[in-house]
Design a binder for this molecule. Structure first.
Ligand code: SAM
Ligand code: DTB
Ligand code: SF4
Length: 314
């Protein structure tokens, strides 16, 4: 496992060297012309009891997000079919829960997962904390992946969320692993953290054995009403450094260029692809905030001579 000093040495390389190394690693393991399209669906929105300082769905912040109960299965399926038709090979369903509780709502989620799984996309869910038994039930229903971000370094995490501990996050990720699900875990750049926190965040991911199959790198979407509303985005190259360093550290993982793309130029996104990002969230909305949209993404890839990754099973 690399030490934090070794990770820092990679992260701080001169940009041409960093990008060259990242691109080499990327090409050794992936087709660098292809990007996976994933679609997000907020299946239960807002009114979350947690206090994550970045999140528009926390009940305690006045963000204008309209709380919505668990979505009806038919509506989720409609969205999933559309996503597939638009080229997505992964459907990610998020719920603004602190944790999964056994009962009616979880049973409904299991039914939704069962139906979405029949469409032949990768099926990801992100429902907050859970235990190994619940993770096994999700897997049995057809989920392939569970998303649970560590978000930042342990030190910084505990300044942006007070309602749970970093170790709670790690415990859920272990439960997901034990159940045989793939792990999707990444973080957010641009919350006011120091470069040192970003190194420690990546280091935490290297300590997971095996590392997450999928690593979303989000840029903070500052939302009015949240404590992080006024935080300025970091210089674009700091974000690109994170993508490139993640690619070098995790050659076989999906590195996902996630939230924050509406604030990025097309050139910055192109550079993220060159730095090793090979997946993105498409569609006009993330969970509650805007996203560039499918037509933008098809145009962007075409303009770069790139293409959407096709499904593995035709
Ligand atoms: N409630 C569950 C949880 O916290 O794990 C699942 C949904 S939660 C919205 C999923 C992730 O979205 C968070 O871990 C965070 O990384 C990301 N996220 C939330 N708000 C964001 C924002 N304003 N900008 C960037 N990423 C954000
Ligand atoms: C992840 O890392 N980013 C996605 C997904 N995993 C669940 C969520 C981004 C949310 C951005 C804020 C919003 O739209 O509410
Ligand atoms: Fe709730 Fe998840 Fe948002 Fe935190 S990130 S407030 S747990 S929905």
């Amino acid at each position: 496992m690399p030490s934090t000093a070794e990770i820092r040495a990679i992260h701080d390389l001169p940009i041409p060297d960093l990008l060259f190394r990242a691109a080499q690693v990327h090409r050794a393991h992936w087709n660098a012309q292809e990007i996976q399209f994933c679609t997000l669906d907020s299946i239960k929105t807002g009114a979350c009891p947690e206090d994550c300082a970045y999140c528009p769905q926390a009940a305690r912040y006045d963000t204008g997000v309209k709380p919505e109960p668990l979505k009806e299965k038919g509506r989720v399926l409609e969205g999933a079919r559309e996503a597939k038709a638009g080229g997505s090979t992964r459907y990610c369903m998020g719920a603004s829960w602190r944790e999964v509780r056994d009962g009616e709502a979880f049973e409904q989620v299991l039914e939704i997962v069962t139906e979405v799984a029949k469409l032949g996309m990768e099926v990801c869910v992100t429902l907050g904390m859970l235990d190994a038994g619940q993770a096994r039930r999700l897997k049995a229903a057809g989920a392939t992946v569970y998303n649970h971000n560590i978000d930042s370094s342990r030190e910084f995490y505990e300044t942006i969320i007070s309602t749970r501990k970093f170790d709670d996050r790690l415990a859920t990720i272990r439960a997901v692993r034990e159940a045989g699900l793939e792990v999707c875990s990444g973080g957010i750049v641009g919350m006011g953290e120091k470069p040192e926190d970003r190194i420690h965040f990546l280091h935490e991911l290297t300590l997971m054995d095996p590392p997450p199959e999928s690593i979303p790198i989000n840029q903070l979407v500052p939302v009015a009403g949240t404590p992080l509303a006024g935080v300025e985005p970091p210089p674009p190259m700091e974000f690109i450094r994170m993508i490139a360093t993640a690619r070098i550290l995790f050659p076989r993982s999906r590195i996902r260029l996630s939230a924050g793309r509406t604030a990025m130029s097309d050139e910055m996104q192109a550079m993220a692809f060159f730095a090793g990002a090979n997946s993105l969230f498409t569609g006009a909305k993330l969970l509650t905030t805007p996203n560039p949209g499918e037509s933008h993404d098809h145009r962007l890839l075409a303009s770069l001579g790139m293409r959407v990754e096709a499904p593995i099973q035709a």
